[in-house]
Design a binder for this molecule. Structure first.
Ligand SMILES: [Zn+2]
Ligand SMILES: [Zn+2]
Length: 206
């Protein structure tokens, strides 16, 4: 598996480019900003991007979506429950950033869906709390956690549609049930593992 992490935009969002070594198909997770940097890396990796997956609809994760979609022709996938806010763009102004033209999603995701590129398969885990339609993507022993779980942190729950109890429930029922050695790639900050978070994340201690 090809995995490239780019830190983009004023909120230092992690954009991930994933590729299958079997057929050079690729997927982009959260093209938050800096479309030209993302597209240059896609070119360098010689990947044909099939899907752009959004862990949720906040502006810092979709800022370069329009340009990246236009350049790659890839389908845009987002959970049903964030597709609305994504189109209304309501949270964008709250975060102090502007986003010119929201794009409709090509594919609406729900819990249990599978995203495939080449020989890689990722399971969609619906993890509401940071936003109503937040998702994590699990596969190949790794997980992309969006703004649900961070290295020794959790997502904020004070934005529209956020809920602390829902977020904790998502983390406990969907994420803490995974094996300790699952590597976690969050929406911001360094990667971690489920085991490290289980034992050391201050929000997960009894
Ligand atoms: Zn967010
Ligand atoms: Zn974010």
């Amino acid at each position: 598996m090809i995995l490239k992490n780019l830190v983009v935009g004023p909120l230092a969002t992690n954009c991930y480019i994933i590729g299958s070594e079997s057929n050079e198909e690729g997927m982009i997770i959260d093209p938050g900003a800096e479309a030209e940097v993302i597209l240059r890396n896609v070119k360098d990796l010689e990947l044909e991007i099939k899907s752009i997956v959004l862990t949720h609809g906040h502006i810092d994760h979709i800022g370069a979506l329009k340009e990246v979609k236009e350049a790659t022709g890839a389908e845009v996938a987002i959970h049903t429950d964030d597709a609305q806010s994504f189109q209304e763009n309501s949270v964008s102004t709250l975060l102090g950033l502007s986003y010119p033209t929201p794009l409709p999603a090509d594919r609406l995701l729900k819990d249990g869906d599978s995203m495939g590129i080449g020989d890689l398969h990722f399971l969609v885990l619906h993890t509401p709390g940071h936003s109503p339609g937040g998702i994590c993507l699990l596969g190949q022993g790794i997980m992309f956690s969006g703004d649900t779980l961070f290295n020794y942190g959790i997502g904020r729950t004070d934005l529209p549609g956020g809920s602390y109890s829902q977020l904790m429930n998502s983390i406990h029922t969907k994420l803490m049930t995974l094996p300790d050695n699952t590597t976690v790639y969050p929406g911001h900050g360094p990667d971690t593992t489920i085991g490290a978070e289980r034992s050391g994340n201050p929000f997960l201690q009894a």
